[in-house]
Design a protein around this ligand. Structure first.
Ligand code: GBH
Length: 452
């Protein structure tokens, strides 16, 4: 059947890896349980005015206690993989020092439960919940070394069962959006010299993590990261605009993905930052550029770009007040982002494997009818986006799998519980999970391995 399916213009490759994604602070709750240490997001979400509805991750989806139910949801969907993150402060309550066995036990139970259900665990080591015991947070270079130690410790404990590890999630979010514009924990607005240093510590942590994982992991462990580079889509699919798309991708992500995949900072980035450029030590760029087994991309939204007679050779076309978008104000609709994200990363840097580690949407879910949320907008969004990912598979780009964000409604950071991305509805009073229409749709897509 896979041969017949491959010839079908709407089908995905037979071994395409369908999954769902979540992150520790957004779903776990149990923030004081079994020795978990305090994190930046505990402090931030408890500071009045920082989250839109005053929401916190204290309980969230209570997955710390309900992970078995979550595995049942995954099983019912028929996914082959689950992407989750580890709360660093459950393993090292103050970020470093003596490990906490009870915290590790939780992830062992989760991993073993997934494997028993036939679901591959894909683990992210840092999805923004940083132990406050690490003084100075990402302002301190020491945090990068602490991350390396934590990454190596985890690799030693889980790679007998976990074959895919992502170091960090979305560099831009835990650096720029946390220390420059300040919408995310710890909510600082620092000058550029400090921001550039923080960015450097972020990519350095990733590199130290890769090295530590490789040193401690069993053979067959694949290592990468989940980043959210700004994604560019050519205004028109012609050679000149396609070339501009590649240039924009490289330059606009110079401090993050480009540095990691090229092992250096572009001259244009260093020149633009001038005296604010990051201070480096010998060997840093080699660590940052450590070879990876895969690159994972979180893709939600496009930026249209055109070739232009400017110094950079391109112009990014601005989003307008009435550009189509979903429930989150930043979530502009552009399903082509999935195709061009994969194609541009592949053409520029030739990674062996690419995953979509997140894609999905907030939506103004309608009131449930007959006990079900009929989230037709989310289905529309997913169907359109996946059409363009299917094109990337058809054209032979090395795209291995797709993780839908998110398995269930959860704590959406500074938006608290006002923006929900789940394909399962969560009643935050009873914590009951119920499939939405989009879950039925995703199950059918996975079952047929074909756009429906
Ligand atoms: C991902 O970030 C996260 O990994 C995940 O935890 C999250 O729940 C999910 O997406 C949905 O948001 O208004 O200028 O501050 C997505 C990328 C980039 C989206 C920054 C929010 C805020 C832009 N994020 N963006 S701004």
């Amino acid at each position: 059947s896979s041969g017949a399916a491959a010839a079908d213009a709407l089908s995905f490759p037979a071994d395409f890896l369908w999954g769902c994604a979540t992150a520790s602070y957004q779903i776990e709750g149990g923030v004081k349980e079994d020795g978990r240490g305090e994190t930046n997001w505990d402090v931030f979400s408890h500071t009045p005015g920082k989250t839109r509805d005053g929401g916190t991750g204290d309980v969230a989806c209570d997955s710390y206690h309900r992970y078995k139910e979550d595995i049942e949801l995954l099983k019912a969907l028929g996914v082959k993989a689950y992407r989750f993150s580890v709360a660093w402060s459950r393993i090292f309550p103050s970020g470093r020092g003596k490990p906490n066995q009870k915290g590790l036990d939780y992830y062992n139970r989760l991993i073993d439960g997934l494997l028993a259900a036939g679901i591959e665990p894909h683990m992210t080591l840092f999805h923004w919940d940083l132990p406050t015991g690490l003084e100075g947070g990402w302002q301190s270079r020491d945090t990068a070394y602490a991350f390396g130690d934590y990454a190596g410790y985890m690799a030693g404990k889980v790679t007998d069962r976990v074959k895919h590890i992502m170091t960090v999630n979305e560099l831009r979010c835990f650096t720029d959006l946390s220390y420059m514009t300040g919408g995310k924990a710890p909510g600082l607005k620092l000058p550029m010299a400090e921001v550039n240093q923080i960015r450097h510590h972020g990519v350095l942590a990733h590199g130290l993590g890769v090295q530590a994982i490789r040193a401690a992991a069993r053979a067959g462990t694949e290592v990468g990261l989940a980043d959210n580079p700004t994604i560019f889509v050519p205004a028109i699919e012609t050679p000149e605009h396609i070339a501009a798309t590649g240039k924009a991708m490289r330059e606009e992500n110079a401090m993050f993905l480009t540095a990691i995949l090229e092992g250096r900072y572009l001259e244009s980035y260093l020149a633009a930052q001038g005296k604010d450029a990051p201070k480096m030590k010998a060997g840093d760029m080699k660590l940052i550029g450590s070879p990876l087994d895969f690159v994972s991309l979180n893709i939600y939204t496009p930026n249209f770009v055109r070739a232009a007679d400017t110094a950079s050779g391109y112009e990014i076309l601005p989003h307008l007040a009435n550009s189509p978008r979903m429930a989150s104000p930043w979530l502009y609709v552009g399903p082509e982002a999935l195709y061009w994200g994969v194609r541009t990363v592949s053409d520029l840097w030739k990674p062996k494997k690419i995953y979509i580690s997140e894609n999905g949407t907030s939506a103004d879910d309608p009131v449930a009818q007959d006990g079900k949320v009929y989230d037709a907008d989310r289905v529309m969004y997913l169907r359109n986006y996946l059409t363009h990912l299917q094109r990337a598979t058809r054209e032979g780009y090395p795209i291995e799998g797709y993780f839908l964000w998110s398995l269930m409604d959860n704590f959406e950071w500074e938006d608290g519980y006002t923006k929900l991305f789940g394909i399962h509805h969560v009643d935050f009073k009873t914590l009951k999970r119920t499939p939405k229409l989009s879950a039925d749709w995703y199950r059918e897509l996975i079952r047929t391995n074909r756009l429906v």
